[in-house]
Design a protein around this ligand. Structure first.
Ligand SMILES: [Zn+2]
Length: 289
């Protein structure tokens, strides 16, 4: 069994404030940024150990937060069964692509460290990819990064089996993917602040949930997320200027002052029409938060 862990950071264990996670913002103290990255790294190690203990043969760990660059290889569990991708766009079969290594050989997608979609109330740092995006809809269903990433994986029929994050992210996951296993490790106090289990307890909870998700995959494999094709992806921007910029891309249709739309034939093209991220990319691009 081979799994792909696509790590964001807002939802990791024991991480409770904006400064720890959006650590590139002005004024962030170095030691707080360090804390945030160490919490992510400890979570990655713990989750990988749990997946291996549950019988997984191979893990791809992908660092996606702000495009990647948050994990540090010398602090990670060294095991021949684990491959680390330090950025979420990288080489694959001679081209650049999003989530290299995600293909038909992968049995399941895990989305740890995640957050709720843009506009969610009662959520810790909710957003969808870019702060320019107010709402993303696939065939008129509002989705967050969870939905976008699950849709991309749907191209290879890979199901989403686990989400770890705050209460709002887990609720979003369960609403969109009934039966998905969630590890709720925190809840928002405000947009920039949350509270929850201490890091050790949160890691233990996540490890238990990972074991459950792997067990469920063996006994009753959940369906992949495959919205009907061709797929219409609609993005309402936060500003008219962002919509102006998006509308200059070829194939992008302007719906109104704030909204643009693309129509795609493949699940893996869910965001390629708007930001170029997907398969067969010409050059590396910076990702969202
Ligand atoms: Zn994110």
């Amino acid at each position: 069994m081979k799994v792909f862990m696509h790590w964001d950071m807002e939802g990791v264990s024991g991480l409770f404030c904006r400064e720890q996670v959006w650590y590139w913002e002005p004024g962030v103290r170095e030691e707080v940024a360090r804390e945030g990255r160490d919490l992510l790294i400890a979570d990655v190690n713990s989750a990988c150990a749990a997946a291996l203990a549950a019988g997984v043969d191979e893990i791809i760990v992908c660092d996606t937060h702000h495009g990647g660059g948050n994990i540090e290889l010398d602090k990670l569990l060294i095991d021949p069964r684990i491959t680390y991708l330090v950025r979420s766009v990288g080489p694959h079969d001679g081209t650049l692509r999003w989530m290299p290594g995600l293909d038909q050989s992968v049995d399941a997608l895990l989305l740890p460290g995640h957050h709720a979609k843009a506009g969610t109330t009662g959520a810790f740092l909710p957003h969808t990819w870019s702060l320019d995006w107010a709402d993303v809809r696939i065939n008129d269903r509002s989705v967050g990064e969870l939905g976008i990433e699950a849709c991309f994986a749907g191209h290879w029929d890979i199901p989403l089996i686990l989400v770890q994050g705050d209460e709002a992210a887990c609720t979003e996951a369960q609403e969109q993917f009934p039966g998905v296993v969630t590890a709720c490790v925190k809840r928002a106090l405000s947009h920039d602040l949350c509270t929850g289990l201490d890091a050790g307890s949160a890691r233990r909870l996540t490890a238990t949930r990972i074991a459950e998700a792997i067990e469920r995959l063996r006994t009753a494999k959940p369906p992949p997320y495959k919205p009907a094709l061709p797929m219409t992806v609609t993005i309402r921007m936060t500003t008219v200027q962002a919509a102006d910029r998006a509308a200059t891309r070829s194939g992008v249709r302007r719906i109104d002052d704030y909204t643009v739309e693309g129509r795609v034939e493949r699940h893996c093209d869910v965001v390629k029409w708007i930001n170029g991220t997907g398969l067969d990319m010409p050059a590396p691009r910076r990702e969202g938060r």
